[in-house]
Design a protein. Sequence first.
Length: 95
Amino acid sequence: MKTFSDNLKTLRKQANLSQQQVADALCVAVKTYQAWEGRNIEPSLQKLLILANLYGITVDELLSNEKVEGNISLETKVNAAPENVKKAIYNLLEM
């Protein structure tokens, strides 16, 4: 049976994001995010909504006991990228 922690980790890996990148996007400490992935501790409703939006799924899907697959948009991936990568992408798009 999948847990919230399992879903969170799966979605992050599918998006090729680090724990630090997701923590930064949520404005929480990486240790807080690690606790959500590792100890079955759930974040506030506000953070759940942000996570669901980040991964392109509903909160219900995020909390479900079933396997989830995110629908990560290119914009989400770019926004989660390090600043130097973002700048390089934007520079390429402006050409």
